[in-house]
Every structure is written in structure tokens, then in C-alpha cells.
Design a protein around this ligand. Structure first.
Ligand code: MLT
Length: 327
């Protein structure tokens, strides 16, 4: 049945008029961890790279730390769905939904997925005074001092917490170390360098400089294979190479908007993200810290969401196996 021309014209006008002016004010990237840490680092580099493709918009970073990242995530889930408040978060989006059985948001329902940003290996590190210089020494020392040492992390459900949980479970040393939460691994790193805490597992984006400076000791990386192309980290074995069969933990970061953010706005942000991910300056900064910028179908909202859904399933098994919940 042919629609009268007037109707088609009206519909077109309406549709285009539905296009939202964006951005109309500063864009805030919410980082659910303390300033100076690995997620903050990714967000600040991304804010730089997003400015131009977003038409010179001012992109600022706001830190809203606590509860392993769930406080900042809840803030964005409840923010105005107009594209001006976005979330930069990592594997916590997938892990916390199993760790926190009473969570204030649903990762696959309360957010618009805007694309993945990067993948970051983790490193098992210790305070400079820790009497161990190889991974074997390290594992034996923890085993011999079970219950006497502590493990710093950025809150239940954070990447550093998840790594500590998975490592202790893999070497059958569950609860061998007292866990000490911080608002992020930036303050945790300060405590480690100062010798106030003993051990941490953290993203290379936060550890590379400290290892290079000899301020912390490193023992292993969490990727399946050692990082042979990384000038500094190539000397450290992977946990799999040390006999931890199947141990594989790489931290991924993604960009999110509140559910209900208009499709034309999320498209503008995703288009800008794809430009930013190809920015040589952004890539150089990330790779210098051992991170890999995502280039596959996960830069698209659908690919990003499918990946997170798959990670939720995978991590649910790991967390239930470790049998430790946040609530
Ligand atoms: C941070 O930015 O502090 C980290 O991403 C925290 C973590 O999850 O370990």
C-alpha cells in the first residue's frame, strides 16, 4: 500500500529532527578507580585521542572509586542517557556480576556498549624486600609463609583482586594471604613500594615503570606465553610456563553509556572511538606500557557486548570454583 507523500515527508523530517545535537557540553569519562592507576591511565590517554574526532569537545576524566569499581559503574548506569557521561571500565564489568550477588546494575541490560579499547597483561609483583628473585622462589616463599603475608588489590571484583584469587586457587593456596583493598592499584602500588604490603598482581600499564625502576620485584606474567616482544617484560615467564596449566588472564577495557542513550549519539561516540584507536600517539602510549589496542570486531558495539557476555560466563565458573563472593 503506497503511503501518501506528505506522510513520508513528515516522517523523514521527524526522523532527522530526532537527530540529537551532540556533544553540547563537556563529556565526562568516569573511571571507577583512583587517579594514577591503570584504568585512569587508559581513560586519560583516550580522552586526549577522542577530542578531535568529537569535534574538539572537552573530554574530562572523573574518578569515582570504591567497591571494586561498582560504585563508579552504578553512577554511570544511573546518569542522564545523553552521551555526556560515559564509563571506562575493565574485566570488572564481567567479574563483579558473579562476585556481587546483590549488584546495583545489570551489565548486559543497564548500559549501551560503545566498543572495546585495549587488552592489558598482568604481572605478579612483590615489595622490594621480598626474599625471592624468581617465580619458583616466590611461590615457595608464599607457601612457606601461608597466613603471614598480605595481597594488595583495588577492591573485590577488581582486576588485581581477580588475579590474586585465580593465582591462589591455581597453586592451591586459597586464602594463603590476607587481602588488603585500596581504591585502586595506584595507592596500592605506593604501599607496595613502601613495603607496607607484600604482594600484588597488577596491569603492566601500572607496573612496567616500577619494575624498570627496580622499585618492585616482578615474578611472572598472566598471559599464556611470556611477552617476548616487550623490551622489559620479556625476561619474566608466564604462569603457564611455570606449570599453571591454562592460566590466562588479560585485562580488557571498554567504553559504556547509560542504557537509553540515543542511537545517533552512541554511533557518534563509537565512530570517534574507532578514530581514536587508530591514533598513532594513543597506540604508542598504550604499547609502551605493554597494552594492546583492540582492532577486531570488538570495537563495534555488538562485538563488544558479545565478548562481555562470553566473559561473564567464563568468569562465573572461575569465581564459583574459588568460592569467594563479595557479599
Ligand atoms: C585501577 O585502575 O586501579 C585498576 O584497574 C584496578 C584493578 O582493577 O586492579
Amino acid at each position: 500500500m503506497n503511503k501518501p507523500l506528505g506522510l513520508i515527508f513528515a516522517a523523514t523530517v521527524l526522523a532527522t529532527s530526532m537527530a540529537h545535537a551532540f556533544p553540547t557540553k563537556n563529556i565526562t569519562l568516569v573511571v571507577p578507580f583512583a587517579a594514577g592507576g591503570p584504568t585512569d591511565r587508559v581513560a586519560r590517554d583516550l580522552a586526549e585521542a577522542l577530542r578531535k574526532p568529537l569535534g574538539g569537545a572537552t573530554v574530562v576524566v572523573e574518578n569515582a572509586a570504591g567497591a571494586g569499581g561498582t560504585i563508579g559503574a552504578t553512577k554511570v548506569a544511573r546518569a542522564a542517557p545523553d552521551g555526556h557521561t560515559l564509563l571506562v571500565w575493565h574485566i570488572g564489568m564481567a567479574a563483579t556480576t558473579s562476585l556481587y550477588r546483590k549488584q546495583a546494575f545489570k551489565p548486559l541490560e543497564d548500559f549501551e556498549y560503545l566498543g572495546m579499547i585495549n587488552e592489558v597483561p598482568m604481572t605478579l609483583i612483590g615489595k622490594p624486600q621480598l626474599p625471592a628473585n624468581t617465580y619458583r622462589d616466590f611461590e615457595n616463599y608464599i607457601r612457606a609463609n601461608s597466613g603471614k603475608l598480605n595481597l594488595a588489590h583495588a577492591g573485590l571484583g577488581s582486576a588485581s583482586h581477580l588475579c590474586g584469587l585465580m593465582w591462589q586457587h591455581a597453586v592451591k593456596l586459597n586464602n594463603a594471604m590476607t587481602t588488603i583493598p585500596f581504591g585502586g592499584t595506584a595507592p596500592a602500588m605506593t604501599a607496595l613500594i613502601g613495603g607496607q604490603v607484600d604482594v600484588m598482581c597488577d596491569q603492566t600499564t601500572n607496573t612496567t615503570a616500577q619494575i624498570e625502576g627496580g622499585r618492585v620485584k616482578a615474578f611472572a606474567v598472566t598471559t599464556p606465553k611470556s611477552l617476548s616482544s616487550h623490551k622489559l617484560l620479556k625476561d619474566y615467564p608466564s604462569l603457564q610456563e611455570m606449570g599453571l596449566k591454562g592460566f590466562d588472564l588479560t585485562i580488557w577495557h571498554g567504553l559504556y553509556a547509560p542504557k537509553g542513550t540515543p542511537a545517533d549519539v552512541t554511533k557518534k561516540v563509537n565512530d570517534a572511538l574507532k578514530v581514536a584507536l587508530k591514533d598513532p600517539e594513543f597506540i604508542k602510549k598504550q604499547e609502551g606500557l605493554g597494552a594492546i589496542v583492540v582492532t577486531d570486531k570488538r570495537v563495534e558495539p555488538a562485538g563488544h557486548k558479545a565478548y562481555v557476555a562470553d566473559q561473564i560466563t567464563k568468569l562465573k565458573t572461575v569465581i564459583e570454583a574459588a568460592g569467594q563472593f563479595a557479599d
